[in-house]
Every structure is written in C-alpha cells, then in structure tokens.
Design a protein around this ligand. Sequence first.
Ligand SMILES: *Cc1c(COP(=O)(O)O)cnc(C)c1O
Length: 390
Amino acid sequence: MNKDKQMYTGKRFDITIEKGKGTYVYDVDGREYLDFTAGYAVNALGHCNEIMINALEEQSRKIFHISDIVWNPIQTKLANFLVEKSGMDSIFIGNSGSEAIEGAIKLAKKYGNTVSENKDKYEIVSMVNAFHGRAVGSTSITGKEKYRKSFKPLLPGSKNSPINDIDALQEAMSEKVCALVIEPIQGEGGIVSSTPEFLKAARDLCDKYDALLIFDEIQCGMGRIGELFAYDFFGVKPDIVCIAKGLGGGFPIGAFLSNKKANLFQPGDHGTTFGGNPLACAVSYAVMQEVSKENFLEGVKEKGEYFKGKFAQKTEGIDFEYEIRGEGLLLGIDIGKSPSELVNQCIKNGLLIIGAGDTVLRVIPPLTVSKEELDKGIDIIVKSIKEIIK
Ligand SMILES: *Cc1c(COP(=O)(O)O)cnc(C)c1O
C-alpha cells in the first residue's frame, strides 16, 4: 500500500487499522489493540456499535444529503434535543470542531460590531496552551506558537492569557474584547482543568466588558467528563458552547449553541453545504440518546474514579513519579517528561494510546469501556512503565 500520497501533516505510528469492535481495534494483519484513544475522544460508544450501525443504515435508506433550503426531520430532532438539553436558545450544526469554532468566532465578531459604536470591539482572548482547531480563525486563537508560527499574519486582536490566572485575565480583558474563549478542561494542552473560581471570574469579566464567553467543549463535552455539557460540572454558563468529537461518536459532525443574547445571525450571515447532513444527524441523535442517560453519565464518572484508584494501587512501590489529572474519562497521567517512549512501549504491548501537552499520557477510551478493559489497560501501562525504567 502506498501511504506516501497524503500530505505529511503529522507523524503516524506504523500501524494500519482496518476494523474495530467495542474498545478494540484490529490491524490489517489481525493484531488486536485495546483502544484508549477513541480516535481523539470521538468514539463515545466504542467501535461499530450496533445502535449507530442501525441508525446509519435506517437513515441511508431515507436520504443521504439534502441542502439547507429545506427542513429535514432527523436534523430538527437532533437540533431540538441539543438545544433543550443545553438550555441554550439555538444551534448551528456543521461538520467539525474547527468549523464550530469558526462559527462562534463569527458570532463574536458580529456581536462586537453590533454593540460597539466605533467597531473596535474585535479582540478575542483565549488561553495559553489551548487548542481550538486548524482553520485560520481557530489557529489564530490556539494558544501554542508552534501551531501558529508558519501562518502569520493570523486574525488581528487574538491574545492568550494563562489558564487559572485571574489577575492576568483581568489584565487581558477590556472594552475591546468581543469574546473570551476557554476549554473548561484543556485536552490537547495536557488535561488541564479550569478551576470553578477562574470560570466564575471569566464570566464576571465578560459581563463587565460586554464580551461573549465561549466554551470550547469539543473534547471535554458530550459525556466525556460525566456531564453532557462540561459547564454543568463547573456551574458557569457560557454564551456560546462549541461541541464536536463525541457528538457523532465517529461520524463527522460539529455544532455551536448560542444563548439569545449572542445569536445575532441573520439570513445570509453563515452557512454550510454538508452541515446538518441527515446521516450525521441520525448517528449523532442515536449516540446522544445513549450518552445523555443519567446512568450512562454516572458510569463515566465512576469509571474515571475507578481508573484513578486502580492506577494508584497498581503503581505502588514502583520508582516512578506521576500526577493523574482530569475528570470522568478525560484523564491525563503527567509523567514530567516526554511521554513518547511510554506511548511506544504501550503500543508494542497492545494498547493504543497517545500523549497530550509535553509530558502527559492521555487516557480517553470509549465511554462504553468496561472496568475489565480499564484493568487491562492499566496493566499494560504499568508493565510498559516497568520496562522503560529498567
Ligand atoms: C479537536 C479539537 C478541536 C478541533 O476539532 P476538529 O474536529 O479537529 O476540527 C477544537 N477544540 C478542541 C478542544 C479540540 O479538542
């Protein structure tokens, strides 16, 4: 197989995955891997879940695609469900996380243009180490220079402030700011959680300067931390929330929801060809019915605590320092140095896993992972640690 014709945008492991079932994936030679990556926290219900297969098959016999000049029942159903669950006013359904962020940025810019007389309310403050996507707007507000440096000039007025530093945020905010964008728990940045006090201060500062508070819950939302919306965990409500990844459980879809104040779009302001695609909406609706169940979300929290406890127990007496962070099944094991050697060793031992930030091993299995599978994953991580510290 010639693998060289795709643009080289990142290093891949020399593994070719052909199939998956539940928490396992299989390469072209039939080798089995336990999957603790879930395709970057996407496969919420695991691989090839029957619920999703049925939803996709059923919808594929009705219609694949129809444009936004008409309505579609499953699209309306998903939209209404998410609006109701979020307590927001309205939703725009697109295709990816980046596209959700782009839409939110446009809404924020329009808000700035609408409320400011001299049209100078266009700055966007986001967090150091935040990750918001790969389109030009989302790259502009991503908090890592390595993702931005080759693409300048980016959006003017994009500024970063460190997470959980209220003084710095006070400094960064002003009347010129139209939006403050925060991942309640930074994923890519190394599983770094905001404190509730910080988010509360962020809310207050947005109110003070008449700026929109935007939460990027693309990784931490949709049940990943045991709440459908991460803001319910922190008790601070944004004006706009962006979602994607787990929303489709593996079918590409993203969306942003807005409260009444922020929703200033008029006909012609925004659009998408594929967004709200009936196949995507059907799968997403089926996934969301499962994930939003009270006992499902409780299970995610419980499994997260189980992992933390069991990992601590299994690493007792090993000469290995780490800190474990995160909520639910968005967990990070900070080992204080590059995790790449440990990642490679885990993969050798049959566990597909990735890093986050500079020093963190990221644990983001399907939300349907069983305790036995968590045990198995922990055993492989611990075995791999022992092998590399030898
Ligand atoms: C993955 C991710 C994005 C970008 O989503 P894409 O679907 O890759 O465009 C944005 N924000 C966060 C927090 C993410 O984890």
